[in-house]
Write a protein that binds this ligand. Structure first.
Ligand code: ADP
Ligand code: ASP
Ligand code: MG
Length: 417
């Protein structure tokens, strides 16, 4: 007997027919004698609709009331799945975040889980009752509903798996695993049998929207074996339980991966903007003067390139921010012109960051230069480069996103045979 957390995303619970299909997956595991906690997302499109309503009500709104509205989608799915399960003869009960409780910090709209009390859930699981938990939500220190940021049901699932010391956390979604790149961008992408926590963390942070970044961090810290698989498989054609190997991707410790290719995957993130401050005096403290005020205003700065003039007196400072933050960033820099003394400020939007990830890069030289050559052959200009131990990222014009992803995917031999 195992203890399993099963998470189903929005497309998997998009209508009542799909919820019935999900219920059959749950029933299979419960009938095999496993303890089962299920985490559900809102039906596909619901959260977007709810977010839209809050904006329509008022463009500037109280984050606590935003959470009250957007957490509702998951409440509905948890209830519906419990009804369907009960109707199939499975003992099931729905749980909202506050009922467990899943305690979060006070950052409404992007709250972090701080603690989960697993006592009540454990009691119910021991009674062979399936717990159907609303993902994406918890309760803040102000005793109000808090949501975990978009895609947050993944994080709910992994956090519950850690709290319950589950044997595995199964993330059921609309693809049958983690691919070498987004299969919607490159149909020749290959499914990975295994990927290390570290690589998955980079993939998610650098734009692969298959898992919320925080869920991967939690899985890594707590060693939760996380398995990404498809909810669209016929529930009766998969074997139940722990230890079998249905189609999917296991996210696990690096040591469990025997074959370590140099490059494991390609991720991309659109909607990047580049800001350049021209002819800034090159003296100590200038970086602090530029980036301090941006950080104070919670603006995430990413790729930074500095080029110093020939006589060393001036420097150009170029960096990227998420496009929706660009206007605010410019305003902050303009307000700090006295301290920075730049001569000109320029912005370019409509950029994409393409990243190449692989733990094998630690022990191989020259991996990035292959990418530079391949992109130049396609006439794609690289505007900025950053590297770290297991990844490098290139900033390009968004029009070339697909061509760049496919070119890199092919040049690193990731295409399906
Ligand atoms: P859910 O609603 O189940 O949470 P998401 O839409 O959040 O599903 O995540 C699944 C989607 O992630 C897939 O449909 C796919 O397009 C996208 N995706 C992005 N990168 C990858 C990747 N490397 N491997 C698989 N899917 C990816
Ligand atoms: N429903 C939420 C969203 O759309 C959470 C999730 O699906 O993970 O962001
Ligand atoms: Mg998701």
């Amino acid at each position: 007997m195992a203890r399993l957390v099963m998470k189903f995303g929005g497309t998997s619970v998009a209508d009542i027919e799909r919820i019935r299909n999900v219920a059959r997956h749950v029933k299979r595991e419960a009938e095999a004698g496993h303890e089962v906690a299920v985490v559900v997302s809102a039906m596909a499109g619901k959260t977007d609709e709810l977010v839209g309503w809050t904006r329509e009500a008022s463009p500037l709104h109280d984050a606590r009331e935003y959470d009250t509205v957007v957490a509702a989608g998951e409440q509905i799915t948890a209830g519906l799945l419990s009804i369907v399960l009960q109707n199939m003869g499975v003992d099931a009960r729905s749980w909202q975040g506050w009922q467990i409780p899943i305690r979060t910090n006070n950052a409404h709209g992007a709250a972090r889980i701080e603690d989960i009390d697993g006592t009540l859930l454990r009691e119910r699981l021991a009674m062979e009752q399936v717990a159907v938990i609303a993902g994406f939500q918890g309760i803040g220190p102000d005793n109000r509903i808090a949501t975990l940021g978009r895609g947050g049901s993944d994080t709910s699932a992994v956090a519950i798996a850690a709290a319950l010391e589950a044997d595995r956390c199964d993330i059921y979604t609309d693809v049958d695993g983690v691919y070498t790149t987004d299969p919607r961008m490159e149909p020749r992408a290959r499914r990975l049998d295994k990927i290390s926590f570290e690589e998955m963390l980079e993939m998610a942070s650098l734009g692969a929207k298959i898992l919320q970044v925080r869920s991967v961090e939690l899985a890594m810290v707590h060693g939760v074996r996380t398995f990404v698989r498809s909810s669209f498989e016929d529930p009766d054609n998969v074997q139940a339980g722990h230890g079998n190997q249905p189609a999917g991707t296991l996210i696990c410790d690096e040591e469990e991966i025997v074959e370590k290719p140099v490059v494991t995957g390609i991720a991309y993130s659109k909607d990047e903007a580049q800001i350049s401050l021209r002819r800034v005096p090159d003296k100590p403290g200038i970086s602090a003067a530029i980036f301090g005020p941006l950080a104070d205003n919670h603006i995430n700065v990413d790729m930074i390139v500095q080029s110093v003039s020939e006589d060393g007196s001036k420097t150009d400072m170029t960096f990227t921010v998420a496009e929706p933050d660009a206007a605010k960033a410019i305003k902050i820099l303009e307000n700090n012109q006295d301290a920075i003394s730049y001569q000109l400020i320029q912005t370019d939007s409509g950029l994409t960051k393409v990243s190449v990830i692989g733990i094998g890069m630690r022990s191989h030289a020259g991996v990035a230069s292959t990418a530079f050559a391949a992109l130049s052959e396609k006439g794609i200009n690289i505007r900025a480069i950053t590297t770290s131990e297991i990844k490098f990222s290139l900033l390009i014009d968004a029009d070339y996103t697909e061509l760049a992803v496919r070119t890199l995917h092919s040049v690193y031999n990731l295409n399906r045979e």
